[in-house]
Design a protein around this ligand. Sequence first.
Ligand code: ATP
Ligand code: MG
Length: 239
Amino acid sequence: MEQSSTILEINDLSKFFIHADTQMIEVLTGINHEVGEGKTVAIVGDSGSGKSTLLSLLAGLDQPTSGNLFLKGHDLTTMDEEALARFRAEHIGIIFQQFHLMSHLTALENVSLPLDMFHKPDAEERAREALVQVGLDHRQHHFPHQLSGGECQRVAIARAIVIEPAILLADEPTGNLDNQTGEQVADLLFNLVQSNGMTMILVTHNEGLAARCEQQVTLKDGNFSIEHLINGYNHVKTQ
Ligand SMILES: Nc1ncnc2c1ncn2[C@@H]1O[C@H](COP(=O)(O)OP(=O)(O)OP(=O)(O)O)[C@@H](O)[C@H]1O
Ligand SMILES: [Mg+2]
């Protein structure tokens, strides 16, 4: 059997929110999981089951209540804000449902932003190459409001991959697009992940999209309840 080294280790991870000083919301309760390098994993589950919460923790955008998260052997939970921001900018590509592009920057400027933060001398050239990879080199100087939804998501994908991330995290990347555009963006995403050998964690309600990942896990009652290791054609029931 093919072996791959572990790139992500989730150790007894919990996240509780205190609401209005009185209510404790136990969203994630002691999750354990390992993801091998180059693997694609879909996280499915009902609305409110904690998928986005988990992705925020994996992205280092929020800290867990308890537990540890190792990415490439580095524990995200012990890093301070500044170290986390730097680590994220160098190793983690994030794609959101709402694109989250900077409205006052062009497509090219949006894509080069993660590299500009580190004053990379070849930022513009690399950003241009990333736009070519997502088929948008003819839209370099357009602002987000001059682009279609599908084009905006392509820019967001280019921005996520331009740093050559160790891991790509995507939260409903096609959720804001019509079916046909969503299919095209999904095709692009999976092609890029495959050709660049990237590890991807994808949150989605879309069973067809989830089935394209090698592994599918269902988040239910604060933990991963069903886990199917598949070979690309098996399906998972989300209920
Ligand atoms: N900052 C917060 N404060 C309090 N409760 C929160 C906070 N963020 C999320 N929650 C709660 O945590 C639960 C999980 O939310 P989350 O956004 O992770 O769900 P989800 O699985 O991504 O849902 P969806 O499929 O609708 O996007 C919800 O019940 C939500 O109300
Ligand atoms: Mg969500």
